[in-house]
Design a protein around this ligand. Structure first.
Ligand code: MLT
Length: 407
């Protein structure tokens, strides 16, 4: 008899953003005349930067000629892209990351979700709350947690992000082995200082633990004192893996390109205490299960590292940050406190009300989709996340409708 992986039965019936999409579709079907503005899922709306389009066209033409056609590429990514990343995203910020420590992939969601596979199922997890649900759900699927009791999985050390700690969690008092951190944070938009990240690196070192650092939103950092990479912290090469994405940086949510950095000095241990390089484990996994990102897509991604590409990316992220500033101002005027939006494309609003009820109110009365905080974890209750990814016109209209609804 074929049997299921029963860990899947511990999960909520559907993934947060699928659940929201279902509710929005049901509402739209019941109210076809109602216009709906989506500030829920963080999906970009601006077209790809012109340098990327140009590179895509050129690379497509190469695929049309026998002499320049490409079949399978290196699973880890083409050297031209890995070298550009190492130079522009790392060396330029004083971080020592070699091109062959970079694994190009089709998305950070997949990488964040898949990475846990190379670690033992009986390790101790530290996971923020609220959190990007992928970190939790993939560990539940793998059997690293107990059941869900009152909104939390047994066996996980939750790192609470609350108004009291400025939404930057404190170091836990207990030892853990695998720590998920995301800065600029999804969903809160909070950022971590160098000192705060240095404390996490010291904690990981002390516990022979690994930090999984998701910096998919680093292109939105404007405060020069805030680190863009965990590798800006001394010693992080020995304890951290970093995930980066072209999705929010350059509008690649539908184009798909990202990368994961695994320094060669990063070790994990077997039951006998013998050290194994994580780079080799991930390389083994990646080459077995992944066949590389399409050549034209990698060419498009590499184009953002040209001078023109850097300017176009800055203009695009500035545009979304302009939306974010409008959202912050409008929700503050309505009397709510909020964070995020200054170094991140998300605004985390403390409504003090049931977050699904607030979501329903905005959807049904204002025709605006946000993301209920409770969907990101217990500490998200009483909050909603508003995304800055939309046209200026739609953001302005959404804010007018929200103000009219809440007046
Ligand atoms: C979000 O809205 O949290 C993101 O779009 C999710 C993702 O990047 O997968």
């Amino acid at each position: 008899m074929i049997r299921i992986n029963e860990n899947f039965t511990k999960l909520k019936a559907s993934y947060l953003f699928s659940d929201i999409a279902k509710r929005v579709t049901a509402f739209q079907q019941a109210n076809p005349q109602k216009s709906i503005i989506r500030l829920g899922i963080g999906d970009v709306t601006e077209p790809l930067p012109p340098v990327c389009i140009e590179a895509l066209h050129k690379a497509t033409d190469e695929m049309a000629q026998r002499s320049t056609f490409k079949g399978y590429g290196p699973e880890q990514g083409y050297a031209f892209l890995r070298e550009a990343i190492a130079q522009h995203d790392y060396a330029a910020r004083g971080c020592k990351i070699e091109a062959d420590e970079i694994f190009v992939s089709d998305g950070s969601k997949c990488d964040c979700g898949n990475i846990q596979e190379i670690f033992s199922t009986d390790i101790r997890l530290a996971i923020p709350d609220p959190v990007y649900p992928v970190y939790v759900d993939t560990n539940v699927m793998a059997g690293r947690t107990g059941g869900n009791v009152d909104g939390r999985y047994a066996g996980v050390t939750y790192l609470d992000s609350t108004p009291a700690n400025g939404y930057v969690p404190a170091i836990p008092s207990v030892a853990t082995d695998l720590i998920y951190l995301c800065f600029p944070n999804n969903p809160t938009g909070a950022v971590a200082t160098k000192a705060q990240l240095a404390a996490w690196v010291a904690y990981a070192k002390k516990n022979q633990a690994i930090i999984l650092f998701d910096s998919a939103y680093e292109a939105y950092i404007r405060d020069p004192a805030i680190p863009h990479s965990i590798y800006e912290i001394e010693g992080a090469r020995d304890v951290a893996i970093e995930f980066r994405s072209f999705s929010k940086t350059a509008g690649f949510t539908g184009t798909r390109c990202a990368y994961t950095v695994i320094p060669k000095s990063l070790m994990a241990y077997d039951a006998a205490g013998k050290a194994h390089p994580v780079h080799a484990l991930w390389n083994r996994r990646h080459t077995t299960k992944f066949n590389g990102v399409a050549y034209p897509i990698q060419k498009a991604a590499a184009a953002i590292f040209t001078d023109a590409g850097k300017k176009q990316v800055k203009d695009m992220t500035d545009f979304y940050l302009g939306n974010a500033a409008l959202i912050r101002a409008a929700v503050t005027k309505l009397g709510f406190t909020c964070i995020g939006g200054d170094n991140a494309p998300y605004i985390w609003v403390n409504t003090g009300r049931d977050s699904w009820e607030f979501f329903d109110l905005l959807l049904t009365k204002a025709g605006v989709v946000c993301t209920p905080g409770a969907g990101f974890g217990k500490c998200g209750e009483g909050h909603v996340r508003i995304s800055a990814f939309n046209s200026r016109e739609n953001v302005v209209a959404a804010l007018e409708r929200i103000a009219a609804t809440l007046k």
